[in-house]
Design a binder for this molecule. Sequence first.
Ligand SMILES: *[C@@H]1O[C@H](CO)[C@@H](O)[C@H](O)[C@H]1NC(C)=O
Ligand SMILES: *[C@@H]1O[C@H](CO)[C@@H](O)[C@H](O)[C@H]1NC(C)=O
Length: 543
Amino acid sequence: MKAIGLLLISSLLFTTHNANGNPIQGYDQVVLGGKEALQRLSNVQSELSATEYLSDAKKAILKGKHNMQKWFHDGKEFIKQNGLLYELVSIPPFKEHQLRVTEPNLCDAFVKQYSGYLDVAEDKHLFFWFFESRSSPKDAPLVLWLNGGPGCSSSTGLLFELGPCNIANDGKNTTHNPYSWNTHANIIFLDQPVDVGFSYADDGTTVNTSPVAGKDVYAFLELFLNRFPEYSKQPFHIAAESYGGTYAPNFANVIHQENKKLGLAPVPQLKHINLASVILANGLTDPYIQMASLPDYVCEGPYPVYDDPQGPECQALRSKIPTCQRLIKSCYQYDSRFTCVPALLYCNNMFGSLMQLGLNPYDVRRKCDRSKDGDLCYEQLLWIETWMNDPKNKAALGVNPDQTFASCNMDVNRAFAMQGDGMRNSARLLPELVNDGIRLLVYAGNADMMCNYIGNERWVEQLDSKFHKEFSATKSVPWITAHSGKLAGEVRAAGGAGFTAGNVTFVNVFEAGHMVPFDQSEAALDLFTRWIMDTPLTLRKAT
Ligand SMILES: *[C@@H]1O[C@H](CO)[C@@H](O)[C@H](O)[C@H]1NC(C)=O
Ligand SMILES: *[C@@H]1O[C@H](CO)[C@@H](O)[C@H](O)[C@H]1NC(C)=O
């Protein structure tokens, strides 16, 4: 049906294409709307003059771009660009933004998918890929998944950790993931900010701070929910890994503040986003506390990197903590790059000798051979690049053939570093959210050295929310997975008196590195599902 749809559209609206059977090889895009829309399109007598209907912002987007055609049909706008077809979505409150949407059929053949771009004004373009839930999508919550870096693509989450398929076979193929998080949730994977993954900027625009990145993410969500209102009523969760521990509190804060403004002065077409929880996975959120935990983790953690906790390496590392914390304190106090960059340089430097040990810093149980495994120590991340750069996959996703995909963009990484963004206190944004009823889950695989679980548990314990006292007084209890009954970790939760998953919950995931769903796929799905359903992670009362 999809292939036929394409033929119809091509032959009717682009008369240079002749519907003789297969004039459209090279891409397999589909205009959204299914059979019905195609039927309606087949009745189109003449192509409308696209430019008549364009807002100034959209004219700007088209400025200087040839090889682009647009038309309007039945209240929807369509665009053909570089041989790829998209539906265009815009809403008046966002004059500078539009969504360009296509419908791929990769990775999970049995669910609805959308992918494409959020275009911001004429220069920023953020790539997204959405999968509907494998079960009752109309009731399933909506989740935004973000990887970190900064500068790394969310396709790591998609193809390596928790998406509907896993990268396989050197990147020639993918395999079905039975533990995908779209088992019970609708999920969006977003590459942000610009220049990450398939996202791009036309004229060298950069985004280099989390608060600024948050504005585009908010615009993206509003446009998405306006186009797909069927996902706007359910609870919404933002889940982010690694540097996402910095992004997500900022993004959640933007959403929450915008929700509040809308509560006071509703704007037609702007939707309240039902932000239900923030999920931080092996994140960097409160560097003052987390950086200081590094010696404790590498010298006395469950997988010690140095044999002797009192040995010279451990002493040298510990001796750096006071300076690191002093610098971060001044970063917290002045919140400017002049104080935050020095903190970042000094504190990151503590990892220097640890990176020379031949270990995988994301999973210290493993060795890392960078010549074989790549800089990020997982050969699968190289396979992802192969797969994403396959012209067939690009075309199916609505990605311009000229775009080159990299798992992580080090220029973006440096741009954030030069703002000292990663040393800011993102934890300070969370108490207001938690106190206003937005739940917080922080989990960490216990073999990760980069954002270790000890530091994560400590900052959650310090978090100055309504649940502070209760959390401090609460002990961890075993977390047993519901299906296989496996001891998968420990959970410490405050709020809900053991009848819910908690309002502030920390989970230490056993035998998992930085990317928990990769190492413990069944347990990770158990954790995620119980969290979004707000049922306890343990049957024992968490006090
Ligand atoms: C890719 O995997 C699918 C099933 O998972 C299989 O049918 C197909 O033959 C594989 N293709 C290649 C090129 O390995
Ligand atoms: C705690 O979470 C529940 C949902 O489980 C929510 O209804 C409640 O408002 C939250 N409590 C507070 C004090 O925010």
